[in-house]
Design a protein around this ligand. Structure first.
Ligand SMILES: [Zn+2]
Ligand SMILES: [Zn+2]
Length: 430
């Protein structure tokens, strides 16, 4: 472990106090305040669902071109990539922002509230930036402007990745970070490390949070088809009852977390979200289908839990004389902050926000598709505060809800964080 932590992953001067350059970045970031807020509010008022971020992508591409970056559009459908080449040779660092909104109808009392509507999965719905991805786009555009202003002092290249469809594509459609990686977004030039930010509505403005290793959970979808034998409800002895068997499986699955998982190592969750079976009160059906989600923060635990779900479902079914077909599909990998990269960049976070405003946070059992980039290259995903100062997190609307609210006075900290992470990683010296 010691060898692992002292091994050199980054250019040697990466976390040196690049005082002069850091100070210029701080000043340039602060000067972005009016711009980043205006941009964010415009995007907030005009949200677009995943894979439909056409207006957003247009704004992004235009701004990046104005800054003189090399721009690619149509990456993973609506994604935009900008490349900024520094004045000196060096490594390649990527910064990522996701661009999509959600099918949520906004009720937040802000003058720039969304009135957008669209059709999603055949239903007419409101569209809202209910996860704050509008702030991510605005922060990364301002970061591009800040780093463009200091580019002659950057030893290396910065790749700006504006990603579509983080919240997921329609079932069966590959999109978002996974598709960007498949299309080679981490190649040409080859990315050495990647950084990403997420705004957080329950974290005070001015604060940064991070966690080494498993930060956000892997999300796996499981389906269990319990196969029995149909009969009249009055004669259960003629049936193999999949309803009772499915109920036992739901209960059995609960013991995987409570009795079989080492919870001091990391958290894990199994939730059954759907049970479908039967058409009538007095007919025992032939089949019942259970669908649920598994959340894990550690790859080893994930493998053990997958095996336990299979074992539990199959053997409970067998004990009833029924059968169980278990299907588990990974939906998003673990958002895994590379421990060496995290340790080397933590001083940058403390320098930018001030040591009192940087905390090592608890793991999150939600998932984030930034994980797909981190599967390929070392990455660090950081949370930045968007809650008004002095407010109780318990009194704020959660992400993905109609009343979700972000205090955008915290956005310049995000800009400075991204720009300084990139500059420090490239080992810029002035
Ligand atoms: Zn979200
Ligand atoms: Zn999000």
């Amino acid at each position: 472990m010691v060898a692992l932590l002292t091994g050199s992953l980054l250019p040697s001067s990466s976390t040196a106090q690049n005082t002069a350059l850091n100070a210029r970045i701080a000043k340039l970031s602060a000067a972005q305040e009016a711009k980043v807020i205006a941009c964010r509010r415009d995007l907030h008022e005009h949200p677009e669902l995943g894979n439909e971020e056409k207006r957003t992508a247009g704004i992004v591409a235009e701004q990046l071109k104005k800054l003189g970056l090399e721009v690619q559009t149509g990456v993973a459908r609506t994604g935009v990539v900008g490349i900024l080449r520094g004045g000196k040779p060096g490594p390649v660092v990527a910064l990522r922002a996701d661009m999509d909104g959600l099918p949520v109808t906004e009720t937040a009392p802000v003058p720039f509230a969304s009135k957008a509507r669209t059709t999603y999965n055949g239903q007419e719905v409101g569209v809202m930036h209910a996860c704050g991805h509008d702030t991510h786009v605005a922060m990364l555009l301002s970061t591009a402007e800040v780093l463009s202003a200091v580019k002659k002092d950057l030893p290396g290249t910065v790749k700006f990745i504006f990603q579509p469809a983080e919240e997921g594509s329609l079932p069966g459609v590959v999109g978002g970070a996974k598709l960007m990686v498949q299309e080679g977004v981490l190649d040409n030039p080859k990315v050495d490390a990647i950084f990403g930010l997420h705004i957080n509505a329950q974290t005070e403005v001015g604060t940064l949070k991070y966690r080494p290793e498993g930060t956000m959970a892997a999300a796996d979808v499981f389906t269990i088809k319990v196969k029995g034998k149909s009969a009249h409800g009055a004669y259960p002895w003629l049936a193999v009852d999949p309803v009772v068997t499915a109920a036992q499986i739901v209960t059995g699955l609960q013991t995987i977390i409570s009795r079989q998982s080492e919870l001091t190592q990391d958290a894990a969750v199994i939730t059954v979200g759907m049970i479908h079976g039967g058409v009538r009160n007095n007919i025992i059906p032939e089949q019942v289908e259970l669908t649920g989600t598994i959340r894990t923060l550690d790859k080893d635990m994930q493998q053990k839990i997958w095996a336990a779900v299979r074992r539990t479902a199959t053997n409970i079914a067998e004990s009833a004389g029924a059968g169980a077909e278990v299907d588990i599909v990974n939906y998003a990998p673990i958002t895994y902050n590379d421990p060496r990269l995290t340790e080397q960049m933590a001083p940058t976070l403390r320098r930018v926000a001030g040591p009192a405003h940087v905390t090592v946070q608890k793991a999150v059992t939600g998932a984030e598709d930034f994980a797909y980039f981190q599967e390929k290259v070392p990455g660090l995903f950081v949370f930045v505060g968007g809650m008004p100062k002095g407010k109780n997190p318990a009194d704020t609307a959660p992400h993905h809800t109609p009343n979700f609210f972000i205090d955008d006075s915290g956005l310049t900290l995000g800009v400075q964080t991204l720009a300084t992470l990139a500059a420090d990683y490239l080992g810029a010296k002035k």
